[in-house]
Design a protein around this ligand. Sequence first.
Ligand code: TYM
Length: 340
Amino acid sequence: MQNQSSEARKPVIFSGIQPSGTLTLGNYIGALRNFKLLEDDYSCVYCVVDLHALTVRQDAAQLRARCLSLAATYMAVGLNPDKSLIYCQSHVSAHAELAWILNCYTYMGELSRMTQFKDKSAKHADNINSGLFTYPVLMAADILLYQTNLVPIGADQKQHLEITRDIGQRFNSIYGDVFTIPEAYIGKVGSRVMSLQEPTRKMSKSDPEETYISLLDKPEDIRRKVRRAVTDSDGDIRFDFDNKPGVSNLLSIIAALTGEPVERIVNELDGKGYGGLKARATDCVIATLEPIQAEYNRIMADKAALQAILDRNALEASRRAARTLDKVKRKVGCAPHGKA
Ligand code: TYM
């Protein structure tokens, strides 16, 4: 675990992923791989946001299992739980407490403009609960609790980061500099990985199997899904998202995973046709996921050790979160125990 002085010197990163099923290649390219890139230069807090997952109905045992599985995935991509704090959101009660206070500084009007709320309430029309509505406030609490400087996210979370900044600035303008105002870190390539079947829609774990690649997919599944990915009929390999979303999506997946510029990939694939493009994309995905899967299986084989890491990190996260929460409570007039 980080010692306090190195923790104090480095700027802070916070990010989270919901344990709501298998992670997709979109989660990996848009968020997770950036978590690792930034690990050495920041004091990092990577949370399994199980309270957010409750906004849609969950089976309790399955949710608990998914929390462990997501924490193992964080570690399988190389995050080091002795450097980065990896823990479950529900184990640190400060998240929910700060969310309540911030709810009182957030307007109905601004929450109703959130596109994710509109999308999710259309998808879950039978369960439009108020947690779904105030979801961005809990996300703001997650981030603001740790005096976060940078938040690595995919493009779909940009609006939530903007409302986080608005809420933080509003609070600061009333009470002084309580919160650090965070910036988004959105990768230049792959911040919006698209569905393999409907490449104008975001790749999402809540869509049917064939539309996304799971981080735990076997090579034969990856081969099949990429082979069936929707392209177009002109046969020309070039990056043009408006007119060729399927081809452009595969090109950005390759670019994100290899670090090569799109133009070079296009040149290399000259004359190879869509078969060549898909073969290249398949190879890159398999080469990326194979070592992650091996590491994931190794970590999941000792769940007691994994749980012990999460427990230990949750204690440290609680300690850090309490510093901000205590300050906020004092500012709003909720006195600490015994000091009323
Ligand atoms: P979630 O769990 O939906 O997604 C986790 C991360 O993956 C990114 N992502 C994508 N990036 C590129 N292409 C895609 N197709 C794709 N799909 C998902 C998301 O942008 C996200 O970065 N509200 C958040 C979780 C959260 C959070 C936070 C994030 C809660 N508190 C505080 C950052 C900071 C969410 O639902 O992400």
